[in-house]
Design a binder for this molecule. Sequence first.
Ligand SMILES: [Zn+2]
Length: 158
Amino acid sequence: MIGTTAPIVKLETCRAIREYMFGGSAKITVVSNKTNLDLVFKIKDAGKNRFWVYVRYEATPKQKKRKSDKPYKKEYKGKYIGTIINNKWFPNAATLHYVSQRAFAWLWSFLKDHRMPTKCIIYHKGTCRRCEADLTSPKSILKGIGPCCEKLVKERLL
Ligand SMILES: [Zn+2]
């Protein structure tokens, strides 16, 4: 998909968000309606009903600006911010000061009760929720899962 922009698939319902984020290796983007700041979270299935949560960017408004920097953002290569165990959020004590960690805790306060979070838009960028591969067919993009992974998930459910 070189030279093309990644698709943006908005997750419109709480069910769609949860299905995608618990797919195995999912990346979701959360955009605040208020500040327009976007955060990318990665949710990794660690087995036994545990999901590790990482953030790709941390908002750092105090950061000294350089020309090469994207405004107010500093990239972290997947910083671990906490774990969801049996539907309960356990934040990483080392990242309690992170804006992104607080943002995720807020987001989860809705999703844990199957409520749709307000004041934000949540989407994925056309990657498979189970294996992170770039999806190519429009059908797969919409489903958020590739045909091979879909088959595996179905087989496991049977
Ligand atoms: Zn896949």
